[in-house]
Design a protein around this ligand. Structure first.
Ligand SMILES: [Zn+2]
Length: 308
């Protein structure tokens, strides 16, 4: 973000403060504590961690890509009003840093859910497919329920630390959250175990499903775009078409927040079917309006595509 835009955001924030207005708080929780997450996924994981003990909102609107999101001044006002800002880090939602600076918040107000899990939680990262440096990691940790459980733990621990009076409420909410994530994992594992290993292959739009694939022993044959915001080259498209033909995959998956023109032409070329829509970086309409619902919908659609 340009310095001029940051300056503009600061002016607008000052104006908002002068009016005594904050962005939106129609249903402030009784605790008065506000969590603002970058995406709908992290907001819902916060609900699994915290129940309705606090107010939880998110910034990236439905149908918009988090990787290439361009925040507006009203997003800075949302950050300014938050007690805790949830972002993923690992390069997914770095645009939030400009908002945090503009809102005069600091790193102490931010929980970077995806970062440092290899030191705190024995998590092993996958390399980022679009990495320019060797130490860049795939940011889509939450798409493995075990990764999501680490996020839930971090959120619960942090809010308990900030609001000790909410300890019991939060600990019982997050215990139920962990149990639900455990059930999800058991269910998805059983679903994929029924599929012969040779059929456990997928093609998706962007490279979000590496951790899911690792967790359930699925091979990612290819992805349509190497990096959100960039169209694939003719050579990349040709390579993916070859890989699809060689793999025997008959379905390619689009994703909720991405238009799928490229996938449609790739599918036409290979005789594969385009199946809409996996949930990756954003939730959507029911049943994908919660993390648990979205993950179940993904697993059911993916497993069905492998039954051949
Ligand atoms: Zn993504």
């Amino acid at each position: 973000m340009s310095r001029r835009l940051v300056a503009l955001l600061m002016v607008l924030l000052a104006a908002a403060a002068a009016c005594g207005g904050s962005s939106s708080s129609p249903t402030a929780s009784t605790s008065g504590y506000r969590v603002m997450a970058t995406t709908s996924v992290f907001a819902d994981l916060a609900r699994l961690a915290l129940g309705d003990s606090v107010q939880i909102d998110s910034i990236v609107p439905a149908g918009v890509d988090v990787h290439t999101f361009e925040p507006s001044p009203s997003d800075a006002a949302k950050i300014a009003a938050a007690d805790l800002i949830l972002m993923n880090g690992l390069g997914l939602d770095e645009w939030a840093v400009s908002l945090i600076d503009a809102a005069h918040k600091g790193e102490g107000d931010v929980l970077r859910l995806g970062e440092g899990l290899d030191t705190t939680d024995a998590w092993t990262y996958l390399a980022s497919p679009e990495a320019e440096t060797e130490d860049a990691y795939d940011p889509h940790v939450w798409l493995d329920p075990t990764g999501a459980a680490h996020y839930v733990q971090r959120i619960a621990d942090r809010v308990v630390q900030d609001r000790p009076e909410l300890t019991n409420t939060i600990r019982s909410a997050s215990a139920a959250g962990f149990a639900a994530l455990q059930d999800l994992d058991t269910e998805v594992r059983a679903l994929f175990l029924e599929i012969p290993e040779a059929n456990r292959k997928i093609v998706t739009f962007h490279d979000a499903f590496g951790y899911l694939a690792r967790a359930y022993n699925i091979t990612i044959v290819g992805v349509a775009i190497a990096s959100p915001g960039q169209d694939p080259s003719a050579r990349e498209i040709a390579a993916l078409i070859d890989a699809i033909r060689a793999s025997g995959v008959t379905t390619v998956f689009s994703e909720v927040q991405f238009p799928s023109k490229v996938l449609v032409s790739i599918a036409a070329e290979t005789g594969a079917t385009v199946l809409a829509d996996l949930y990756s970086d954003a939730l959507g309409a029911a049943p994908g309006d919660t993390y648990l619902g979205a993950m179940r919908a993904n697993a059911t659609a993916i497993a069905a595509s492998m039954q051949r």
